[in-house]
Design a protein. Structure first.
Length: 168
């Protein structure tokens, strides 16, 4: 069990674009297992490798109430989307901040599972929202960047203040 350090906005490394995984080797498997440990420990519903400062296209998600349905998405790609829906989002990299973001309502995602097998999944609701949020992380985008400049600046200074307190 390993709890990884989660980068906090506005850390510059959150803007690095992650690279495709070429093969699910031991290193990737360890990363996946550590990412689940970290996500469950911090009570998140999803975590992208970018957030733990590893810039490969790996996402872990569990949207179940019981926290017993881990899902892995390697090299995820949205191949179809439909509709629009506005919903509140939060992020382990932006602690304490929640705001509304508009996303596709229904998506089909194509990805590899933890064994490197390709699969397609059509979904909506919380899972669809979460997959889109995590793929954004892999592309170097944090959800607050959908908000107004003014809001982003407020969030930035709030989080920088918090970080200073933690180190004081
Ligand atoms: Zn996030």
């Amino acid at each position: 069990m390993a709890i990884l350090n989660v980068l906090k906005y506005p850390d510059e490394n959150l803007h690095i674009v992650a690279e495709q995984v070429k093969e699910v080797d031991e290193e990737i498997k360890t990363l996946i297992s550590d990412m689940f440990d970290t996500m469950y420990e911090l009570n998140g519903v999803g975590l992208a490798a970018t957030q733990v400062d590893r810039h490969v296209r790996v996402v872990v998600i569990d949207v179940s109430e019981e926290r017993n349905q881990p899902q892995v998405f390697i090299n995820p790609k949205i191949i179809a989307s439909e509709g629009e829906i506005e919903g509140e989002e939060g992020c382990l990299s932006v602690p304490g901040i929640y705001d509304k973001v508009t996303r596709a309502e229904r998506i089909t995602v194509s990805a590899w599972d933890e064994n490197g097998e390709i699969f397609n999944l059509e979904t909506d609701g919380l899972l669809a929202k979460c997959i889109q949020h995590e793929i954004d992380h892999l592309n170097g985008k944090v959800f607050v960047e959908y908000l107004s400049r003014l809001k982003q600046n407020r969030i930035k200074s709030k989080l920088l203040k918090q970080a200073k307190k933690e180190f004081a």
